[in-house]
Each structure stands twice: as structure tokens, then as C-alpha cells.
Design a protein around this ligand. Structure first.
Ligand code: PLP
Length: 388
């Protein structure tokens, strides 16, 4: 079989399993999207605070710009000539907000997660990763020379056992988790993880707050702020592409870790830095995040409403956040359900294997502060009426 035929066959298999993906064509219009002439409320956005659709914010930012400051490229890696001042301004602001010694900014969450773990690992490292961590963390583990064991999702008893059994055999152990999980919308028990890590002097904690930065904590710094354990997390990572309505990612950490990453992290060293104009926008947003309590509270309110509505209708789910799964099971059924919701003006998407385990295909609602209480109630009514 030649290569194209092989790919064709594979695509055909995916199609038969209802797992074929394609790039959707759409027109964005604030909190709505239009696809095939159908205008729908976007329930699949990561714009959790609704900042990306806020025209006023963009206008305010544009007023600060001149041709001098509108720099659309860095033209280089930060280690060569791409290190514009604005990068360090953003890092200084992040370190100030989190009250850490240092912060370092990356091109994306994917760059962060595929770069940090390989940089800080050696063959004497064991990574203990939650079974449900994001693909980018898994790829980071694969690129590292560390040994890795995945523990059952949020099973801190198993994790405790693994630490006890392995801490003497390795130079260091790194526990890797998300704070809010992408697909289930549930949370890691950060307080417990910190307690487990503290029992040994060679155990470190890596937490990805992609879904929590901007959303959780009094000042929007994430679940670590909420749990009061920012300084107990050795590698506290977050992204700007979701609630912060921008692009890029950060780590807040101590000075030595930061310097080590600058020297070792391939996804920082061997890539052109983000455009300074993008960093300026991120900084503009980051400075406003602490004061966005009202948006955070509204998001929390409508999320609770949806979670409780699903529960009442007999749809069990583990969510404690603004990411709420409606777990259906078979991929074909999830696809049908999404189509039904879309016919009624709700743009919700099915999530299928390999993104989630076989047999747990689902609709994944990803709520934003732009969604109104009435709209959640209407959605809940629709779900109970339709035959899913
Ligand atoms: C979105 C996401 C990423 C990737 O971040 P990008 O900036 O989009 O590359 C990493 N980790 C988690 C948990 C995510 O949800």
C-alpha cells in the first residue's frame, strides 16, 4: 500500500468510528458564531472572561499604540536579538502579582509544557503524572529522558504510595498535574499535593493552570492563589490564550529555576519570540485581571447553574468549574446530540477519543462570562426535552 492509500484508509476508519475531525469554517461575531448560515451562541470558547469579544478593551489598547510601539515581530529568539523590553515588563508584572522571585514567558502553553519538563529532567528523574493531563504535558514527558508513571486521575492515595516506593531510587520526583482539568472540569487537590510533596526533600510539583488563570482566585491568579499555595509549587504554569484573551504562556518560579530554563529549555531557545505587540496586549490584560472579580463571579454563578441542572436531569459529571461535560458514551450519540443543540442555536461540540477515553464521548460546555443566566436555563430545558 502506498503512503497516500494508507492515509486514506486510516481516514476512512476514523469516519466509520465517527471520530473524523475537520477544520470548521465559521464567522465570529462577539459571543456568537455563524456556521453554514446558522448563528449560534458559542458554548465552546476558552474566552472565559469574555475579554476577547470586548471591543471596548481593544479600542482602549489601540489608543496606546503608535507606529513606534506597534511591533509585529521580534525577528529572533529572545536569546539572540528578540528580547524586547516589553517581555521583561510582563515578567516583572507577573512576578509581582504572584509574589514570586521570577517569571518567564513562552510562546504558548504547548511550548511551555513540551519545554520545561525535558529541560529540568535527567535519567535520575521520575515524573508522576495524573492520568488525565493535557496532551502537551504528555508530549513534554515523551521528550524528556525521565522515567514516567501515570497515576489514576486525582488518586492521591496511589500517588502517596508511588512517592514512598520511589523517592529513594531517584535524584528527584516531579508530580505533574493540571489544576482544572480540560475535559472533566474537575480540580486537583493542590493542598493535598503540596502536603505529599513536603514529606520529601526531592519531590517537586508542576501545575498547569491553563483553565484557571484569570478565572480562579480573588485576583484571578488561579487555583494556587485560591488554595494559598503559590509558593509551594515549584513549576506554576499558566497560559494567556484562554481567559487572558491573548497568546503565550508563563511560569512563575524561583530565580534559579528561571535561569536554568533560559539555559536549557529548547522551546524557549530555538524559537522566534512572540511579537512585542502581542506581549504588550498580554501585559495590558494582565494588569486588568485582578480587578475583574465581577466577571469571575458571574462565570461561577452560571457554571453552578449548568452543573446543577445537568445533575438534576440525571447526567452525572465530575465538574466543579466552568468546564462542564455532558457525558454521553458513544461517539455517534455525542455527535448527534451536538447537532441537535446546534440546530437550537447552541454551539456545543462533541469531544471524542483519543481526546477522551473510549466510551466517554461527550459534549463539552466551556462557559464564558458573556453568557446570560437565561441562556443557561434555556439550554437546560432543551437538554431535558431532547432524547439524548
Ligand atoms: C490550552 C492548554 C494548553 C496549551 O496552551 P496553548 O497556549 O494553547 O498552547 C496547555 N495545557 C492545558 C491544560 C491547556 O488547556
Amino acid at each position: 500500500m502506498n503512503a497516500t492509500k494508507y492515509m486514506q484508509q486510516h481516514l476512512q476508519d476514523l469516519k466509520e468510528q465517527s471520530n473524523l475531525r475537520r477544520l470548521p469554517r465559521m464567522i465570529h461575531d462577539g459571543r456568537h458564531v455563524t456556521i453554514d448560515n446558522r448563528r449560534m451562541l458559542n458554548l465552546s470558547s476558552n474566552d472565559y472572561l469574555g475579554l476577547a469579544t470586548d471591543r471596548g478593551l481593544r479600542e482602549e489598547f489601540l489608543r496606546t499604540l503608535t507606529a513606534e510601539t506597534f511591533l509585529p515581530t521580534s525577528s529572533s529568539s529572545r536569546l539572540l536579538t528578540g528580547n524586547f523590553n516589553i517581555y521583561e515588563e510582563l515578567e516583572t508584572e507577573l512576578a509581582r502579582l504572584f509574589d514570586t522571585e521570577a517569571a518567564l514567558v513562552f510562546n504558548s502553553g504547548y511550548h511551555a509544557n513540551t519545554g520545561i519538563l525535558p529541560a529540568v529532567s535527567d535519567t535520575q528523574t521520575l515524573i508522576l503524572a495524573d492520568k488525565l493531563v493535557h496532551a502537551s504535558i504528555i508530549d513534554g514527558i515523551r521528550l524528556s529522558v525521565a522515567r514516567c508513571i501515570r497515576y489514576r486521575h486525582n488518586d492521591t492515595n496511589q500517588l502517596e504510595r508511588l512517592l514512598k516506593e520511589n523517592h529513594e531510587a531517584y535524584r528527584q520526583i516531579i508530580i505533574a498535574t493540571e489544576s482544572i482539568f480540560s475535559m472533566d472540569g474537575d480540580m486537583a487537590d493542590l493542598t493535598k499535593l503540596v502536603e505529599l510533596k513536603r514529606a520529601y526533600n526531592n519531590v517537586m510539583l508542576y501545575v498547569d493552570e491553563a483553565h484557571a488563570f484569570g478565572v480562579r482566585g480573588k485576583y484571578g491568579l488561579g487555583c494556587a492563589e485560591e488554595s494559598g499555595c503559590i509558593r509551594d509549587i515549584d513549576f506554576l504554569v499558566g497560559t494567556f490564550g484562554k481567559a487572558a484573551a491573548s497568546a503565550g504562556a508563563y511560569i512563575v518560579c524561583n530565580r534559579v529555576t528561571c535561569e536554568y530554563l533560559v539555559n536549557r529549555m529548547r522551546t524557549l531557545i530555538f524559537t522566534t519570540a512572540l511579537p512585542p505587540i502581542n506581549i504588550a496586549w498580554t501585559l495590558f490584560i494582565v494588569r486588568k485581571l485582578p480587578a475583574m472579580q465581577e466577571r469571575r463571579q458571574h462565570l461561577a454563578r452560571i457554571s453552578r447553574l449548568l452543573r446543577e441542572a445537568l445533575q438534576t436531569k440525571g447526567y452525572d459529571h465530575p465538574s466543579v468549574s466552568h468546564i462542564v461535560p455532558l457525558i454521553i458514551g458513544a461517539s455517534a450519540d455525542a455527535v448527534r446530540c451536538a447537532e441537535e443543540l446546534q440546530r437550537h442555536g447552541f454551539y456545543a461540540l462533541p469531544v471524542r477519543p483519543p481526546t477522551v477515553p473510549e466510551g466517554t464521548s461527550r459534549i463539552r460546555f466551556s462557559l464564558t462570562a458573556e453568557i446570560k443566566e437565561e441562556e443557561i436555563k434555556e439550554l437546560a430545558r432543551l437538554i431535558s426535552q431532547s432524547h439524548i
